[in-house]
Design a protein around this ligand. Structure first.
Ligand code: PLP
Length: 371
């Protein structure tokens, strides 16, 4: 067997792709170089245009003197702050190197080769990738329109089902399933199947506490909830995500977590950001205002736009969206084309600052008028 052939990799690796080195996925400096433009507006990663709390800078300054030491393995300070605010015990919280790592850890901890993992389609790609990595089977359930089809997901359960992923609100469609529907769904799932609810965008929803499943954790032993500091907390660069659930599931997941998965600066920054909820409130208010403005403007232009409960929009332009994607790219405005996730008529557009959104809208209008 040749070592440069895929057959020398473990089963499932052949189903994975390397992370793209193409335009929407490059850092801003590289995009500038590639496009030869001065100004780049990056609206392809759902990052926060409002940055992180000023308290993060101060906390990082203090921490930077101790880089020779390993960080706390369990990130205890951060863990306790999160646990306390959600009225959970610290043993019900696991901190990961971004929600990405948390997704990988839960799949590694619970899914055996050939077991099935039910995921909506389209949704965040990491659930499927993590499943392939352990040799599991991904069972994709198409959305009903732009909304998760819970009935179809339930109907897809077999003897081999081990895990179900729910992304709420869903990336890339931006829509939110109401708490009651999810609670009913959860009640109908056998307890040996683990339900993982990814709430990466929860803080942007109109009623974050009401729409979250966190309050069901103590009554549902098979429920895990994932959150991140990469979105509203503006800390994507430092890679902090977390997992909440009953102690049993969390302690099993701890077994597969590398001992120093979360670096010191990430831990310190996340704790400072957590303690500045004013910053979160302001970012949310700005996002909600911009979301309404941009959705209304797009709809006035005749474009269909999902009812977003996130910091990004799914826009259906009614025809192949690639020409609009490329037109915006030439202007330095980078959005996510829908053909990346099976919706070729759509673009997923992160909300930027007011100025960025105005530029975006005026370029879309120009494109439409010149068609
Ligand atoms: C739904 C969802 N989950 C998880 C993540 C990953 O977040 P993190 O940056 O914490 O790894 C993202 C990032 O875009 C996401 O959209």
């Amino acid at each position: 067997m040749s070592l440069n052939k895929l057959e020398c990799a473990r089963p499932g690796v052949d189903k994975l792709q390397c992370f793209s080195r193409e335009c929407p996925d490059l850092p801003v400096a590289d995009i500038k170089k590639q496009l030869g433009v001065e100004l780049v507006i990056k609206l392809s990663f759902n990052e926060s245009p409002y940055g992180s709390s000023p308290r993060v800078q101060e906390a990082l300054q203090e921490a930077i003197g101790a880089l020779q030491l390993y960080p706390a393995s369990y990130a205890d300070g951060l863990c306790s702050a999160i646990a306390e605010d959600f009225r959970l015990s610290t043993n019900q919280v696991l901190i990961g190197n971004g929600a990405d790592e948390v997704i990988n850890l839960v799949v590694q901890a619970f899914v055996a080769p050939e077991q099935e993992v039910i995921v909506p389609f389209p949704t965040f790609g990491a659930y499927g990738a993590a499943t392939h990595m352990v040799g599991g089977e991904v069972v994709k359930i198409p959305l009903a329109g732009w909304i998760l089809d819970l009935e179809a997901m339930k109907a897809a359960i077999t003897d081999k089902t081990k895990m179900i992923f729910i992304c709420n609100p869903n990336n890339p469609t931006s829509t939110l399933l109401p708490f009651n529907q999810l609670a009913e769904f959860l009640a109908a799932i056998p307890e040996h199947i683990i339900v993982v609810v990814d709430e990466a965008y929860n803080e942007y929803t109109d009623n974050p506490e009401e729409s979250s499943l966190i309050r069901l954790i103590n009554s549902h032993a098979n429920l895990l909830v994932i959150r991140t500091f990469s979105k509203i907390y503006g800390l994507a660069a430092l890679r902090i995500g977390y997992l909440l659930g009953n102690e049993g599931l969390i302690q099993i997941t701890q077994r597969v977590r590398p001992p120093f998965n979360v670096n010191l600066l990430g831990q310190v920054a996340a704790l400072a950001a957590w303690r500045d909820q004013e910053h979160v409130i302001t970012a949310k208010q700005q996002n909600t205002l911009q979301r309404e403005l941009v959705i209304n403007s797009l709809r006035k232009m005749g474009l269909a736009c999902a009812d977003s409960q996130t910091n990004f929009l799914l826009v259906d332009i009614g025809t192949d969206a690639r020409p609009l994607f490329e037109f915006l790219l030439e202007k330095g405005i980078v959005v996510r084309p829908g053909f990346h996730f099976g919706l070729p008529q759509c673009l997923r557009i992160s909300l930027g600052t007011s100025e960025e959104n105005q530029l975006l809208l005026s370029e879309i209008e120009t494109f439409i008028n010149n068609k």
